[in-house]
Design a protein around this ligand. Sequence first.
Ligand code: DAH
Length: 377
Amino acid sequence: MHDELKKIEKAACDEIPGAKNRDTLDDLKIKFLGRERGALTLILRGLKNLPAPDRKTAGEEANRLRGVVEELVKKKLNELKKTELDSILKKEWLDVTRPGVKKERGSLHPITRVRREVEQIFCSMGFSVVEGPEVETEWYNFDALNIPKDHPARDMWDTFWLKTERGMWKVEGGTGKVFGGTGHTLRSTFHNLLLRTHTSPVQIRYMQKHNPPIRIIAPGRVYRYEATDASHDIQFYQVEGLLIDKNISIANFKAVILEFFKKMFLKEVKIRLRPSYFPFVEPGFEVDLSCIVCGGKGRAPRSLGEGGCSVCKKTGWLEMMGAGMVHPKVFEAVGYVPGNQQGFAFGVGLDRITMMKYKIPNIRLFHSGDLRFLKQF
Ligand code: DAH
């Protein structure tokens, strides 16, 4: 028995300190101390067959050996844990003094920022934001707005018509099916397609689906078939507004719009209405805003030096939007009962507001894709 215990001790002292990893160590632990077939366990189990005096010494020796083996395993385990930790620390070494990697972040386009601001201001006055399609029919873009075919007012909007090689793209009134080419021209239910020239058709679409009271704005992209310059682009943005109820007057319009401009430009501003013509309103007018650079004086602010204000061209006023009281013909087109309601509508250029707000000199910068421009916002 004594020899056997010595053999086990030698094996344990040889093998345990050489264990390469935790798995091998676990195996060795089982080999010597395992509860089923561990070498020491087997010995202890055999003690009962020994004569009493031998049993005692052998028992003591076996217990001592168990202590030795347990100690060896514990020591080795600590050693292995330390090497593991060392290797992790080596692998994940990090120089906290190194400069960080800069994350490139995008920014919002100035028009997006201003559109969101416009939406917030009108929402705070109880308006909802609605949208309409950019590919529109001739009926929504013109006819329903009291601009029939061959009416000279159509020339106010130079239009991108959607054409195929053989003719116009058309959409069928009832079904909404789209057709390209010739052959459908004679059927009155077919409408020509175009890129909307203004956001006013959204008024029509909304009124067809909703009865008064109505309080909406409709921001969106519009298109004009025109030569471009510093203040005109073939594609730009408008916000349409529409408020319909029982006793709405121009005074209501003035109050709403003045509030809008004050909140937009964060200044005390003045507005004035000039009579103008738009087929879908009567009376119609254009709204001027007191110049936000010179404060309406027409002179240059002292900070800009001598000479007149170049933003308002020394007039003290900026032309901002078209507006008016909704024309009875428009109510008729959407199927409202005549005389039951009245309201105002307006259309304002989002690009123009953005240019004013951020003092941007050229509308074409918006779509230039020039990062030097865009990164300023
Ligand atoms: N749709 C017009 C345009 O693009 C602007 C406009 C004028 C809209 C008067 C209106 C309005 O709603 O009442 O030139």
